[in-house]
Design a protein around this ligand. Structure first.
Ligand SMILES: Cc1cc2nc3c(=O)[nH]c(=O)nc-3n(C[C@H](O)[C@H](O)[C@H](O)COP(=O)(O)OP(=O)(O)OC[C@H]3O[C@@H](n4cnc5c(N)ncnc54)[C@H](O)[C@@H]3O)c2cc1C
Length: 543
C-alpha cells in the first residue's frame, strides 16, 4: 500500500485540512460487511470465528493479519471507534477526546502524579503515536533469555525475520531531509557537537510531509499506523472488525478459552442501549488490549495466575523547552525526528525531540494568565526536547470499579536520579545550541533558567518524583511470560498458564521495559506469536 500524496502542495505550507477530497486513503475502502459498528447496533448479536483478537493496536492488528492471511476466520474486537484519516483535524482537544482513553485523563497512582496516554480507537496507540521504530536491543533480549528463562523464545534469531517483514510492510526509514525541521535539526547539530551517538529517527513513514500532527492522527496517512495498514490488510484477507465493542470477559470451559463477551459502546453518554456481542472462538482468543487492559480482562475472566497484575513497568517521559532568539518553527517537521541512545546503557535514559502544538506546549510554559499568554506568543521560537527513562520501578494493574483499571507505581530514587541527569543534559544541550532561556518544569528548580550555570540547579534538583512533570506512554509487564506458572502468567507458547487457547500477545508479557520505543518490539513479538498459533492450528487439523 502506498500513501497517497496530493500534488501541488509544498512541505511546510500545510493547509489546516491537508486531506484531499479526490484521493483515496487506505481506510476509505474496506470490504463491504467487514465492519460491524457497535455504535449502530440495535440488538444483541452472536457469531463464531476460528480466532478472536481483542484490540486493534500494534499487537492486535499485526496478529489478525497473520491469522487471516493464513486462511483462518478472524474477528477483531475493538473498544474504540474507527476514526478515518479524512476526519483527522488540527484541533488537539477533540482529537484526544475521540482517540485517547478517558480523553487523556488516565493516570498512574503512586507518590507522583503520572498521566498515562493510550489510544482507544481502531489502530490503538499507533494512531496517536510518533511512529518511531526500534528493534529490541540485544542486551534486553539476552536478559530475558537468561534471567527470566525465555531461552531462545524471543531471541533476535527468532524475531529477525518478523522485524524485516514489518519494516518492509510499514516503510520503515529515517526521517527525510526535507521534513527534519528545526527542532530536530538543532538537536542533531548539538548532539554532534557534544560527540553523542545520535541520529534521525527511523519511523513507519510512507512520505511524511512534516505537518507535525502525529499525536492527533496523521492527516495524510503517511504515518503507517495500524488503522491504515494491518487493519485494512486483515479485512482484505477476510477478517471482520467489531468496532466500539468493549470486551468484558473471555469465556472459558473445561480449561479452554471458547469466546468473548463484549458490550457495544457509544460516544454519546446519554445513549442507554448497550448491545451484547457474543463471539465464539473455535481455535483461540488472542488478547492484545495493551499492558493495562489485557491483565484486567484476564482477571475479570477468572484467571488467577500468581504474577498476574504484577511487575508493571514504564518509561516515564518528560520534556524541557528552550526559548531561542532565532525562529525554530516547531509546527513544521517530523513530530519526533531526532534521538540519542548515547546514555541508554550507562544512565538509563534516551533523548528525543518532540514538536508539540501550542495546546500541549502550554503545559511546559511557566506562569499563568497574561504571563502564560505572552510566553505562548513565543511559540515560534521554542524547541522542545524530551527524555524517556528506563525506570526500575515496578507497579501493579488491577480491575477498578466501573469497568476500568487501577494502575499503581512509584518511581524509585534511582529512577529520579536518572531523570535529573537526563534533564540536566537536555538543559545544557539547549543552552549550548543557543537557547536564551530554558524552562525545565521541575518543582523546586527556578521555572526559567537563563544561564548554563543554572543547569547545576537541575543536576542537584529534588529526589522526589513529585517534582517532575512525567508522562507515561510506554507500558510493559503485568502478565509476564516465563516457563514457571509460579512466577509468570503466560507460558513460552504465549498461552496463559493452565488455560488452553487463551493467548496474550502484547507487551503485557514483556519481562522488563526496553529503554527504547516499544511498538516495533510489540509488533514483531505479536507477529511471531500469531505465526506460531496459526502453525499450531494447522498441525491440529492435519493430525
Ligand atoms: C502519544 C504516544 C506516543 C507514542 N510514540 C511511540 C513511538 O513513536 N514509537 C513507539 O515505538 N511507541 C510509541 N508509543 C507506544 C506505542 O504506541 C504502544 O506501545 C503500542 O501501540 C502498544 O501496542 P498495543 O497493541 O499493546 O496497545 P495499543 O496500540 O494501545 O492497542 C490496544 C487496543 O486495544 C483496545 N482495547 C483495550 N481494551 C479493550 C477491550 N476491553 N475490548 C476491546 N478492545 C480493547 C484499545 O482501545 C486499543 O485500541 C506511543 C504511545 C503514545 C500513547
Amino acid at each position: 500500500m502506498s500513501s497517497p500524496s496530493p500534488e501541488g502542495e509544498q512541505p511546510g505550507v500545510e493547509s489546516r485540512s491537508p486531506q484531499a477530497a479526490n484521493l483515496r486513503y487506505p481506510d476509505d475502502d474496506v470490504p463491504e460487511d467487514s465492519v460491524v459498528d457497535g455504535e449502530t447496533l440495535s440488538r444483541d448479536i452472536e457469531d463464531s470465528f476460528d480466532f478472536i483478537v481483542v484490540g486493534s493496536g500494534a499487537a492486535g492488528a499485526v496478529a489478525a493479519h497473520v491469522l487471516a492471511a493464513a486462511g483462518h476466520s478472524v474477528a477483531i474486537v475493538e473498544e474504540g471507534p474507527w476514526v478515518k484519516t479524512r476526519e483527522f483535524g488540527a484541533d488537539v482537544h477533540s482529537a484526544f477526546q475521540r482517540l485517547i482513553r478517558d480523553s487523556a485523563m488516565q493516570a498512574v497512582e503512586g507518590r507522583s502524579f503520572l498521566p498515562l496516554l493510550q489510544g482507544r480507537c481502531v489502530g490503538g496507540s499507533t494512531v496517536v503515536n510518533s511512529a518511531i521504530a526500534w528493534r529490541t536491543p540485544d542486551d534486553v533480549l539476552d536478559d530475558w533469555s537468561e534471567r527470566f528463562g525465555l531461552g531462545d523464545t524471543l531471541s533476535m534469531r527468532v524475531l529477525e525475520p518478523h522485524f524485516t517483514i514489518l519494516e518492509r510492510d510499514l516503510s520503515v526509514r529515517p526521517v527525510a531531509d526535507d521534513v527534519v525541521g528545526q527542532n530536530n535539526g538543532l538537536f542533531l547539530e548539538q548532539a554532534k557537537n557534544d560527540g553523542y551517538h545520535a541520529g534521525k529517527m527511523r519511523r513507519y513513514d510512507a512520505g511524511c510531509r512534516g505537518s507535525g500532527r502525529c499525536l492527533s492522527g496523521c492527516p495524510t496517512a503517511a504515518k503507517r499506523g495500524m488503522s491504515v495498514t494491518y487493519v485494512p490488510m486483515a479485512l482484505a484477507a477476510g477478517a471482520r472488525i467489531f468496532t466500539s465493542c468493549r470486551v468484558d470477559q473471555v469465556l472459558r470451559a473445561r480449561g479452554r478459552a471458547t469466546g468473548i463477551v463484549a458490550r457495544s459502546t457509544s460516544s454519546d453518554p446519554w445513549r442507554a442501549t448497550k448491545c451484547r456481542v457474543l463471539l465464539h472462538a473455535r481455535k483461540g482468543v488472542l488478547l492484545a488490549a495493551s499492558t493495562i487492559q489485557t491483565p484486567v480482562i484476564l482477571r475479570r475472566s477468572g484467571v488467577r495466575a500468581a504474577a498476574l497484575g504484577e511487575h508493571f513497568q514504564i518509561h516515564p517521559g518528560l520534556a524541557l523547552a528552550g526559548k531561542f532568539d532565532r525562529p525554530v518553527r516547531m509546527n513544521f517537521g517530523a513530530t519526533q525526528g531526532a534521538e540519542s541512545t548515547h546514555f541508554r546503557r550507562t544512565h538509563r535514559f534516551k533523548l528525543e525531540t518532540i514538536s508539540l502544538p501550542p495546546e500541549l506546549v502550554a503545559a511546559r510554559i511557566p506562569g499563568a494568565g497574561h504571563e502564560l499568554t505572552q510566553r505562548l506568543a513565543d511559540y515560534g521560537h521554542l524547541a522542545v526536547w524530551a527524555a524517556q527513562v528506563r525506570a526500575y520501578a515496578e507497579g501493579t494493574v488491577s480491575p477498578a470499579w466501573g469497568g476500568g483499571a487501577r494502575v499503581r507505581l512509584t518511581l524509585t530514587e534511582a529512577d529520579v536520579v536518572a531523570t535529573r541527569s537526563a534533564c540536566a543534559t537536555l538543559a545544557r544541550m539547549l543552552f549550548d545550541a543557543g537557547a536564551r532561556e530554558v524552562w525545565p518544569g521541575i518543582h523546586g528548580v527556578p521555572s526559567i533558567l537563563t544561564s548554563p550555570d543554572d543547569v547545576a540547579r537541575i543536576a542537584e534538583g529534588p529526589l522526589d518524583p513529585r517534582a517532575y512533570s512525567y508522562i507515561a506512554t510506554h507500558l510493559f509487564g503485568a502478565a509476564r511470560m516465563g516457563p514457571d506458572a509460579r512466577s509468570s502468567t503466560v507460558g513460552l507458547n504465549f498461552a496463559v498458564h493452565g488455560t488452553e487457547a487463551l493467548y496474550v500477545i502484547d507487551s503485557s508479557i514483556f519481562p522488563t521495559n526496553l529503554g527504547v520505543n516499544p511498538q516495533h518490539s510489540i509488533m514483531a513479538i505479536a507477529r511471531l506469536a500469531a505465526t506460531r498459533i496459526a502453525e499450531k492450528a494447522a498441525s491440529e487439523i492435519a493430525a
